[in-house]
Design a protein around this ligand. Structure first.
Ligand code: SF4
Length: 366
């Protein structure tokens, strides 16, 4: 769809034209795009940019999720996953259990995606030794683990610096960081929804340090709760600015908030498909220096994830296998998908499925 042909009742056509001409969008541009009712215009422009980056390719990987423990000292208002140690369904894996879970995921897996609660009693060495053990048992697999909030917590409990914690984890076998724990990079929001974990400044500082050590990462945004439009745009600008400095973000992943079973239940409703597609498109338009935009199917749902592939996203995450965190908050998606189902979903969007590794190297076209 040509942007010029789109009805421009809310004045976004010049902003989209600017983006397509390779000009960087401003804060004010972002706010106007976010307020626009012209979703199709945003989507068409974002899809054009996606095609320039990745052509008709859409990336996925074959991964397995591993959540070592749901016992967490932070007990964030946004979280349905965490438990206190005395709760009947609290758990904490030992190395043997973790190894068995990864082994059960099968031979085709290329990545372990591991995030967990901030256990109040386990020392940093519990996590460090776990990485060492997984590296030893699965030398072929990439270990993508620990949100920036977890890294900050490890520094707090170990008394070491962020650089020291990251350096030791890298030496033990850590390959990259996922992008979670960013929520919204606003201390006003964090004070309300996650007051006991890393501040916005700490989250960014961990990512800066990781990138300096050669550890790539992703970045997320959790939207659809108490955040304002200004806070969303400022979040994107903070990430864009850090990316200009380090180049370490591989993908951006906007995550629709699931309020069920959280302390915020009843105060907001889950974002719908239009909200999700607007955020995917906006991300592609604003984050001109982050190569990949991911539609995380577990949280968007499969229909919205598939649509996102023509609204600016070029990645749909992976097979996942055993998702716990979003399902604790009422996600209706499967807890995992097999490789064939992901490939079929991508193909039916008119895109070419490409299996990638954790660092976006192409493994095979499907
Ligand atoms: S979001 Fe993370 S840090 Fe917060 S309570 Fe849940 S597991 Fe803990």
């Amino acid at each position: 769809m040509a942007i010029a042909s789109v009805r421009d009742s809310d004045g976004v056509a010049p902003i989209l034209a600017k983006s397509l001409a390779g000009e960087r969008l401003s804060r004010d541009d972002g706010l106007r795009l976010l307020a626009s009712g012209d979703l199709l215009a945003l989507g068409a422009a974002a899809h054009t940019l996606k095609q320039r980056h990745s052509a008709d390719r859409v990336f996925f990987n074959v991964n397995c999720h591993l959540n070592l423990t749901n016992i967490c000292a932070a007990r964030c208002g946004l979280c349905a996953f965490s438990r206190d140690a005395r709760d009947a369904d609290a758990y904490c894996m030992d190395q043997q259990e973790a190894v068995e879970r990864v082994r059960a995921a099968g031979e085709s897996v290329t990545e372990i995606h591991m995030v967990s609660g901030l256990h109040p009693d386990k020392p940093f060495t519990y996590y460090l030794d776990m990485v060492r053990c997984l590296r030893r048992e699965f030398p072929r697999l990439h270990i993508k683990a620990f949100t920036a909030a977890e890294i900050q917590y490890f520094a707090d409990i170990s008394g070491g610096s962020i650089e020291d914690v990251l350096g030791r984890l890298k030496e033990a076998g850590l390959g990259s960081l996922p992008g979670g724990g960013a929520e919204v990079l606003s201390d006003r929001v964090r004070e309300r929804i996650c007051p006991r974990k890393a501040t916005a400044g700490q989250w960014l500082a961990v990512m800066r340090a990781a990138h300096a050590l050669g550890l790539k990462s992703n970045a997320t945004l959790l939207f659809g709760h108490i955040e304002t439009p200004e806070e969303i745009i400022d979040h994107l600008l903070s990430l864009r600015s850090l990316q200009d400095e380090t180049g370490g973000f591989q993908a951006f992943i906007p995550l629709p908030f699931h309020p069920e079973n959280t302390a915020l239940a009843g105060t907001c409703s889950r974002p719908g498909a239009v909200d999700i597609l607007r955020m995917i498109s906006l991300s592609r338009l604003m984050l001109d220096s982050i190569e990949h935009v991911k539609a995380y199917w577990v949280m968007t749902g499969l229909p919205a994830a598939q649509l996102a592939l023509v609204f600016g996203a070029d990645d749909i995450d992976g097979t996942v296998r055993e998702e716990k965190i979003t399902h604790a908050a009422g996600a209706a998606t499967a807890t995992g998908l097999d490789r064939r189902a992901l490939i079929a979903l991508i193909r039916r969007s008119g895109s070419r499925p490409v299996e990638r590794d954790s660092l976006y190297r192409m493994l095979r076209c499907c």
